[in-house]
Write a protein that binds this ligand. Structure first.
Ligand code: ATP
Ligand code: MG
Length: 463
């Protein structure tokens, strides 16, 4: 059965070529076939794993890096095609070759349309098998190399680049760039997912302090005492567990930038301590009397309405003014016009590279959907939607069917109403109730919850 072809490696000729460093997963419900293939491949220098069914194969893919899957097409429970689809999500860079029996060529062609590299027909010759395997691995290799190159390029160009050409973005970038070189404290505000961390990173990079790394602390992630220990450090014996002296983030951020994320979550006691540091430029470690002077530029961020917290007595007014020396207010994505498409293209390139895909863009219909949706989760929501679309798309462009259904349905769309001065309070209230009802899909209970009133109030008003 062995037909030797010119240039093809001899079956079992050890040392004929350098051992390829590749892991191949053989999936077949016939143990006999698994064994035969496994033997052939390992004799040719490949690392071989075997799985007797689809589930086992997926487990192997989750556990370790596999360069190529050789899978039988017809297996009980999970067939080769279903395995292929699941593998593309779990391990997108893995190449796939289907093994088919007689009379299943059409399904094999389907498999190739779904992204399999090639198929081998049973009974197969060793030379054909080895040739297909080698070619598939070559492609896999090119693909990963490409991926690595692109990642490297992204590193060099800086991933913290800010995408956006809309007027509100231009204005806010200008403010940030103007403020960056000074040491003035900056408060970045904006809805969740608008890019507050992206801006903090950029401001740091645009400043003299960029030679050192920016230090980040999320004020929401830690309970009060731990947060204080993180921020100010501690002396040995300051509390149980403080077995040695430790520097806090303030000290680590000396001559650099300290990014205080979600600053609205800080407890009143910690707010007092932070205020003191801002006023005096010195910190005291927990459990130590000595003050250490630090040269730290603070950038704080919040997605909560700090003035409202001040009003409610939950955030110190004096601290608010200390932090809010310069305010960088990030516009929500729905006010950024064409930035939506610009960002979508940017994320498409990123996730193409990540998944070894080559989607060329969005269909006009998909662009229309992206442009009309209100993006309550802002850039993060858009990024997630594009990542999902890249994984799911089977055509050359992202079409509407690959976008999340709620985005296509355009819920969250009507999120603003304009009430002209001169409107009576009664009419304004009516207008708001109706708009809220509409965005809640007519669900009065939900609308009432959003409006902070009882559902029966809505019923009464609507009568
Ligand atoms: N202008 C932008 N250009 C490119 N990517 C962006 C931009 N703005 C945001 N992103 C991306 O969107 C995601 C969310 O951004 P980021 O984490 O900075 O938001 P955030 O405002 O801090 O959100 P949260 O309030 O939830 O913490 C990140 O993956 C980020 O890379
Ligand atoms: Mg953030």
């Amino acid at each position: 059965m062995t037909q030797s072809e010119p240039g093809a490696p001899e079956d079992g000729a050890p040392g004929a070529r350098p051992a390829p460093e590749a892991t191949i997963l053989v999936v077949d419900d016939e143990p006999e076939l698994c064994r035969a293939l496994s033997k052939l491949l390992s004799r040719n220098g490949y690392e071989v794993l075997t799985a007797g069914n689809g589930e086992e194969a997926l487990q192997a893919l989750r556990r370790q890096e596999v360069h190529l899957v050789l899978s039988d097409l017809q297996m009980p429970r999970m067939g080769g095609l279903d395995l292929l689809k699941a593998a593309q999500i779990i391990s997108p860079a893995t190449e796939f070759v289907i093994i088919t029996g007689h009379g299943t060529i059409e399904t094999a062609v389907d498999a190739m349309k779904s992204g399999a590299y090639d198929f081998i027909e049973k009974p197969f010759s060793t030379s054909t098998t080895l040739k297909v395997v080698r070619k598939a691995l070559e492609k896999q290799n090119l693909l990963t190399e490409n991926l690595q190159l692109r990642r490297r390029l992204e590193e060099i160009q800086g991933t913290s680049d800010i995408i956006g050409r809309s007027e509100p973005m231009r204005r806010v970038v200008a403010t940030a760039q103007q403020a960056a070189p000074s040491s003035a404290t900056i408060l970045i505000t904006g809805e969740s997912g608008t890019g507050k961390e992206v801006f903090a990173t950029a401001i740091h990079r645009w400043s003299e302090r960029a030679r050192r790394s920016m230090i980040t602390v999320s004020c929401a992630a830690l309970p009060e005492t731990l947060l204080e220990a993180e921020l100010f450090g501690y002396e040995k014996g300051a509390f149980t567990g403080a077995v040695a002296r430790r520097k806090g983030r303030f000290e680590l951020a000396d001559r650099s930038t300290l990014f205080l994320d979600e600053v609205g979550e800080m407890s009143p006691a910690t707010q007092v301590k932070l205020l003191r540091v801002l006023q005096e430029g010195t910190i005291e470690r927990l459990g130590g009397g000595e003050s250490v002077s630090v040269d730290v530029r603070i950038i704080a961020a919040t997605n909560t309405d700090l003035p409202a917290l001040v009003e409610a007595g939950r955030f110190r007014e004096d601290l608010f003014y200390r932090l809010n020396v310069i305010n960088v207010e990030l516009p929500p994505l729905r006010r950024r016009g064409d930035d939506v498409i610009l960002l979508a293209d940017f994320f498409l390139a990123r996730y193409n590279a990540k998944n070894g895909k080559h989607l060329t863009g969005f269909t006009p219909e998909a662009q229309d959907v992206l442009g009309r949706y209100a993006w309550p989760g802002n850039v993060r929501e858009l990024e997630n939607a594009v990542e999902r679309a890249v994984v799911l798309s089977r055509q050359s462009q992202v079409d509407v069917d690959a976008l999340p259904p709620h985005v296509v349905a355009g819920r969250a769309r009507k999120e603003q109403i304009v009430i002209p001065v001169g409107t009576t309070l009664r009419d304004a209230e009516m207008e708001l109730i109706q708009a809220t009802l509409e965005s809640a899909g007519g669900d009065k209970e939900t609308a009432a919850r959003i409006l902070g009133i009882a559902a029966r109030t809505i019923y009464r008003r609507l009568q």
